[in-house]
Structure formats: C-alpha cells, structure tokens
Design a protein around this ligand. Sequence first.
Ligand code: G4F
Length: 381
Amino acid sequence: MKKVLISGFLGQDGANMAEFLLKNTTYAIYGMLRRSANPNFTNVKSIVSNPRVKLVYADLTDSISLDRLIQEIQPDYFINFGANSFVGCSWDMPVQVFETNTLGVLYGLEAIRKNCPSCRYYSAGSSEEFGNVDYSPQDIQHPIKPRSPYGASKGAARMLVKVYRESYNLYAVHGLLFNHEGTKRGEEFVTRKITKGVVRIAKAISNSEKFEPIELGNLDAKRDWSDSEDFVEGVWRMLNQELFNPEINEKIPEVRARDHGILLPKPVEFYLAQCLKEYVLSSGETHTVREFVERAFAEVGIEGLWAYPVNDPNNPTKETFVAAYGSRETLVKVNPKFYRPAEVELLVGDSTPIRKELGWKPKTTFSELVKKMVSHDLSLS
Ligand code: G4F
C-alpha cells in the first residue's frame, strides 16, 4: 500500500487532504503531529480512527525528527501543509515563521534526498509571495515581492524546492495557492472570524439579547477566495502530473517504459522531475473583505449599511456596518489593531494552466463558500 505523510494534519488543509485521499485512493495516511499538551482534533474527528490513518510525531523545526520519520516510514508522498500560516502574526515572530516555513521545507527536502529520494514532495506556497503585485491576474511568472515575513518565508521555500528539484532530480513542487477557506478554517483568519461573528450576532438578535460588533481591520483588502476542499484535489494533481497530463508520458520515454513493465535504472520520479511544472490554484475572482461581510450577514437575513459614526469620540473616522432596519445596531466596526504593518492590497490568480493541463477546476463559487461557512457555523451553535 502506498504511503502519504501529511504534516499540518490537524489544520484545515491537512485534514481536507486526508479526507480526499481516504475517499479517492487506497493509500495509508500518516498524519504528522507536533508534541503538544492539548492537540486539537476537531478537524480530523471523522477520520482519525480510520484504520488507514496513523498518527506520527515529528516537528518541522527539528531536522533530526524529520530525518528519522522519513527514514522509518519511507513515504511515497510527503505533503507539507505544516506552517505558521497566519500572516498577521508573522511580524511578531519572524524567526519562528522562517524556522517553520522555510527551514522546515529545507529539512524535509534533505530528509527525502538522504533517505527516500523517490518520495514526491509538496510545498505549500502562497499568493502572499506576490505581495505588492505588478499585474493582475497573477500567474506563476509573477515576481516574488512579499509584504510580510510570512510571504518572504514562503518565497524562500519556493527557491529551495527549485534548487533541490534541479540539483537532485527530486519530484518536488511548490504550488502557489491563493486564499482558501472552509468549515475547518481557524478563527484568526478573516473569513471564519466573520462567519462566526455573524452567527453570534444573528442568534443574539433573534433572542433580543445585546451583542458586541465584529471588529475588523482593512475592509478594502481584495482576496481571491476558494474552498480548501477544491484545492487539495489540485495539490494531488500537481503531485501526480503524469496521470493527468498525457503529454508528459509522450515527453518522457522512461515513463512509458515503466508503464510497460520495463525496469528503469532510477525511480520514475527522477525522470519526471525534469519536466515538472508548478501551478497556481485560484478562483480567478477577487472580492473585498467588505463584500464578504455583506454576503455573510445576508445569509442570516440581515441587511446592513456602511456608515461613519458621528457620536463615537474614540473612533470618529472609522467605518461601521450597521443594521439597515430596526435599531440600527452596529454589526461590524473597524479596529486599527487589526491593520497590518504592510498590506497586500489586491490578489487575484490566474489558474488557467492547471485547468488546461491537469484538468483541475474549483467546484465551489464565492457565494457558495460564504453560504457553506455560515450554515456550518449556524449548525454548531
Ligand atoms: O484571512 P487573512 O488573515 O488571510 P491572508 O493574510 O490573506 O492569508 C491567507 O491566505 C494566504 C494566501 O494568499 C495564505 F498563504 C495564508 O497562509 C493565509 O491562509 O486576511 C485576509 C485579509 C487581509 O488583507 C487582512 O488585512 O483580510 C484583512 N483583514 C481585515 N480585518 C483581516 C481582518 N484579517 C484578519 N485575519 N483579521 C481581521 O480582523
């Protein structure tokens, strides 16, 4: 049975990837965890007792632990979703962010090179690498222009993946993922913060209770939001390019030879590494944080208006979202503490190549995503 090692197993993407693989393959899943006094298994509660799932311990910042794990498991795939993924805190802990997001990638690549060079490696890249963008929509050729320590850490990881692929012919790819959300999203990210807040406020209004507004930062930031469940399929396609792109089989005689049962001097991944491509995953649409707020409130039947409070001496110029009818209560207010030292103002991705070459496309639209997240949060309370 083939083996897939997933780091960041308890996070949104790790858990969605494990669910996808349980449904669509017969492979064994090794969910990598860090030692923690109170690990949160919420995202994996429906799969963790599946006999194909095994929990294993290592830490991306501990090269010895990764080395040992890869040597022991000999995985066919190592999907590295482990990261410090919250851009906002990357200014507060830049060294930890680099240790996890960049050195963690280096340690993984080294462990594969030494112990298991036929293992296919996925590195979770980010549209944050594009930063203050030169053009729209952004594609794989867009230069790396990060605006945060997080974006820089991911850009550096991308270069390491390239160097290891080209130097050692490893099947290693760094996918460029635009924002992706869903019901497993952490509450520090703006989409889930909004959907949880909307549900809290809707419940309070229906029970005639008082409530605090949702406090947000930059409402004008534009993001290209998709569903993480769609993206894990795109990642899997990037890791199996020859299965989805028949042209690769034509280009590489060794792949055809392997398919005919002919023994090759090197693993097939060695030959594939020379024609691997990296791809952008995105919806191709961009929306402001403001629009996300409006849609999420619309899902619970609350219409609002953007306004500037005249009677708030502490916050005279900051915008608020107030209920359009009835008491005109404040639903959302801006709190400068949620602004970042530098912002990525606009992201919108061009995912045409993966759609054409690997046949991937997202299934969930922006409005379906908002609806899904709000409905899920309603079902929790
Ligand atoms: O939800 P966010 O924190 O996501 P961000 O920074 O775009 O990063 C996410 O997407 C990246 C891909 O582009 C990933 F690499 C990364 O790991 C992560 O998944 O913020 C989205 C936008 C930002 O412009 C932020 O300034 O929302 C703005 N925002 C406004 N108010 C807020 C808030 N963000 C957060 N987290 N909290 C707020 O109150």
